[in-house]
Design a protein around this ligand. Structure first.
Ligand code: SF4
Length: 337
């Protein structure tokens, strides 16, 4: 029976005391932490989040809208929108501005101030007619909903599209590396390369666009590779790190992927916080659908944000339920409640 903190957790307390990111060697040791010490690690990650988060005390909630769905030529193994998979989803072309405006207004009314426009597909290397329509959508959202932070997730970009997005003022651009970059081709897709995605992150940073970039747990990666993914993010100067837990969708290559153990997911969230003490870490897909009863534990393992109100091709929990959830999480933030 363990009656004191595990030595590896004691070593990791250095992050709390100094604010310096966790080193690789300790991270790899924590990845093998015995199960009875995992809650001590989660507790440390939560304390680091509380001490080093940015000025706002709140949980960072955001909502997304899939403004173009399906018919994607890429072969991402987890994705219901790939033509290489056979999932039954709604397929539609770029939504009209009015529909996007309506959903964004509803999101804002519900108290969620970050709204992401998401399109299926490889991306936009050039400013096409469709890309211009997206820029116009962004302008309209800025104009009609000035309190809204407009984000975008449009896939791979080129110089001119990155520059255009920068000049149209988006809060964050989302593009995930998903896994350890050296394993992207085997675990995620081989119709495009991780280098194109990393180049997109660098282009956006060059144009001073804040980047939201993270990964997915449960696509066949090892614990060691999850840690490698977390350190790859540290080299990319990203502002927000979304962590997804695979939601296996019928008709996708990963429909029967074995579930990842809960303790490994907690280890991954906590280590991510210790490597990124000051970043926003968001629990994205899989929070309610896969983690169910344990989503609260994950939100107390270093995360300080989540995606609310539905995903690309699956429903989430409604925003009102998540607002109550935020209230409950606040009881663990130092005040008396
Ligand atoms: S994740 Fe994006 S690029 Fe990959 S198949 Fe789905 S829509 Fe296409």
């Amino acid at each position: 029976m363990t009656d004191a903190l595990h030595q590896d957790v004691i070593d990791a307390y250095r992050v709390l005391h100094t604010g310096e990111p966790l080193d690789r060697e300790t991270a790899f040791r924590l990845a093998c932490l015995p199960g009875d010490a995992v809650l001590d690690l989660a507790s440390l990650a939560h304390k680091v989040m509380l001490r080093y988060r940015d000025g706002s005390a709140a949980i960072h909630a955001c909502s997304i809208m899939n403004v173009k769905s399906g018919e994607c030529g890429e072969n991402c193994r987890f994705c219901a929108q790939s033509r290489h998979n056979s999932a039954a989803i709604d397929v539609y072309d770029l939504a009209g501005e009015d529909a996007v405006l309506r959903q964004a207004a509803e999101t804002l009314e519900q108290g969620v101030a970050h709204f992401g426009i998401v399109t299926s597909g490889y991306g936009y290397r050039k400013v096409t007619a469709e890309f211009r329509r997206i820029l116009s959508m962004i302008d309209r959202l800025h104009h009609e909903l000035p309190g809204l932070n407009v984000c975008a997730s449009l896939g791979v970009l080129g110089e001119e599209t990155a520059e255009a997005l920068a000049s149209h003022g988006i809060a964050h651009y989302n593009i995930n590396i998903q896994v350890d970059p050296s394993r992207y081709g085997e675990l995620i897709a081989d119709t495009h390369s991780i280098d194109e995605r990393i180049a997109t992150v660098r282009l956006l940073r060059k144009h001073h666009v804040s980047v939201c970039c993270g990964g997915i747990i449960g696509v066949g990666e090892s614990m060691h590779e999850r840690i490698a993914m977390i350190f790859a993010l540290a080299e990319l100067d990203v502002a927000v790190i979304p962590l997804n837990v695979l939601v296996p969708i019928e008709g996708t290559t990963l429909e029967a992927a074995p579930a990842t153990g809960l303790a490994d997911i907690v280890r991954t969230f906590a280590i991510c916080r210790l490597v990124h003490p000051r970043k926003i870490i968001k629990f994205a897909a899989g929070r309610e659908t896969v983690m169910k009863d344990f989503q609260g534990l994950l939100m107390l393992s270093g995360a300080n944000g989540f995606l609310t109100g539905g995903y690309l091709t699956t429903r989430g929990r409604d925003v009102a339920a998540d607002r109550a959830f935020i209230g409950q999480l606040a009881q663990f933030s130092g005040g008396v409640s």
